[in-house]
Design a protein around this ligand. Structure first.
Ligand SMILES: [Zn+2]
Length: 454
């Protein structure tokens, strides 16, 4: 079988791999290429292979950098099957529909037709089948199986076996950070010939995730003591649900004061409903979280929690008395409803802004974090006089020790490792570390590189 790297090669976005024999062609992931902007201009180019000849697409998880170009496959003539876990299909539908207006906006700026539209998304979803972990799928020369990656709900790593030779290749997708409150731990894999492994944090060691709930308690207490607003810019998926889950525990145990908590993001609200849908399913949800949900009644539901779906509801948050907590997207303050709240509350010294995720260079979140005295929001100069807090440990990606730990049981069988999905400054030291530790041939493939796996 032959493998070609069409994305996430020396970069973190645009995951796309083609695995083929003379009779069978399958793709793993088909993500949007993102860089400084939501839609990198490269996304407008046609695919570098004939999509009509592809038999099937297998999707590791719902994040846009793994799914964002799937409707473009349909638009260019792909009519094969799409497989993912059922939660991944549900989440991808929400994320694709939500990002469609960004594609449209970008196309206007670029003076080109959008890379796809809502009709393409609808048609794509009709070809998409939700399956379970460990359900074997037969695709001509290949047998394919999904395993729990522990990254976000429904996330998978995928093992493809060539039936004729018995040779196998594992695609890691994104691997989770552990322990995480809602998803299960990443499954272990032992007997695999080839491995593609993500390396987002290949050269990093995360803070202990175990201490973050205590930190959250401290930050909420301090913020409420000021009788002001606690602003939390958060990603709509996983991050928001983890926060709500941990706040729920703190509220139940009476460990934080009873201020209202607003989830002010339509996408986060829709995704939280999907988390609820799967919260009783032991296939996807962490056993402890299921148990707690059973004891404490509804999951993601506690006194004074408010979901503000419409813009009228969102505006009504302004009228609510102090103190209050507002969770809104986007996670890096480069769009979304959080901007309206930042506009209003950043100048107030009694406001606290809490960062729980990575703030990329060039985003407003990063500017605030770096101590900018003034930021520009919707054309207005806004002085930043609020308090600031940061909690790390909410990362959904495995760090270097976890990645190495995951490879360990495979070290006897692996013939070659391909390091993908990382910035070069993370990949290079990680690849070296893997060679040192396991003495396995480890390479960083270039974009478009083709290898024979025999
Ligand atoms: Zn991901």
């Amino acid at each position: 079988m032959e493998l070609t790297f069409f994305g996430a090669s020396e970069e973190v976005t645009g995951s796309n791999f083609l695995l083929e024999t003379p009779n069978t062609k399958i793709l793993i992931d088909c993500g949007l290429i993102q860089g400084g902007r939501f839609v990198n201009p490269e996304n407008y180019e046609p695919f570098p292979y004939d999509v009509k000849n592809i038999d099937a697409l297998f999707v590791t998880h719902a994040h846009i950098d793994h799914t964002g170009k799937i409707p473009k496959l349909y638009k260019e003539g792909f009519r094969g099957k799409i497989y993912s876990t059922s939660p991944t299909k549900d989440f991808a539908e929400q994320l694709l529909v939500d990002s469609e207006h960004l594609l449209y906006k970008d196309s206007l700026e670029q003076g080109r037709a959008p890379i796809y539209d809502l009709n393409d998304i609808t048609a794509t979803l009709k070809m998409w089948e939700g399956i379970s972990y460990h359900q074997k799928i037969d695709m001509k020369d290949f047998s394919v199986e999904f395993f729990d990656a522990g990254h976000i709900l429904g996330s998978a790593f995928i093992v493809v076996t060539e039936k004729a030779t018995g040779k196998s290749v594992a695609f890691s997708g994104d691997l989770g950070n552990q322990p995480a409150p809602l998803v299960k731990d990443t499954e272990q894999l032992a007997d695999v010939d080839y491995l593609l492994i993500e390396s987002t944090y290949g050269d990093r060691v995360h803070d202990n995730p175990g201490t973050r709930r205590d930190r959250l308690e401290d930050v909420i207490e301090d913020a409420m003591m000021l009788n002001g607003v606690l602003l939390i810019p958060a990603f709509a998926m996983e991050r928001t649900q983890e926060l709500l889950y941990e706040m729920d525990e703190l509220v139940e145990k009476g460990r934080i004061p009873g201020a209202p908590v607003y989830v002010d993001s339509p996408l986060a609200i829709k995704l939280t409903a999907l988390y609820k849908k799967y919260s009783q399913d032991p296939m996807y949800f962490d056993a402890e979280a299921i148990e707690k949900a059973k004891q404490g009644g509804e999951i993601f539901d506690f006194p004074r929690l408010r979901f503000t779906l419409t813009s009228e509801q969102s505006k009504s948050i302004n009228e609510a008395s102090l103190p209050k907590i507002i969770i809104a997207g986007s996670g890096m303050s480069n769009g979304g409803r959080i901007l309206h709240h930042e506009l209003r509350y950043l100048p107030d010294p009694n406001t606290t802004i809490l960062f729980i995720g990575y703030q990329a260079r060039g985003t407003m979140g990063r500017a605030i974090l770096d101590g900018a005295p003034v930021v520009r929001i919707m054309g207005e100069e806004i002085p930043v006089r609020c308090k600031m807090a940061t909690i790390s440990g909410y990362s959904a990606h495995a760090d270097q020790p976890l990645l190495l730990q995951w490879i360990h049981p495979m070290r006897q069988s692996l013939k070659k490792i391909f390091v993908v999905h990382g910035d070069v400054d993370q990949m290079t030291p990680f690849a070296q570390k893997v060679r040192d530790e396991f003495a396995i041939d480890t390479i960083i493939p270039k974009h478009g590189m083709k290898v024979t796996l025999d």
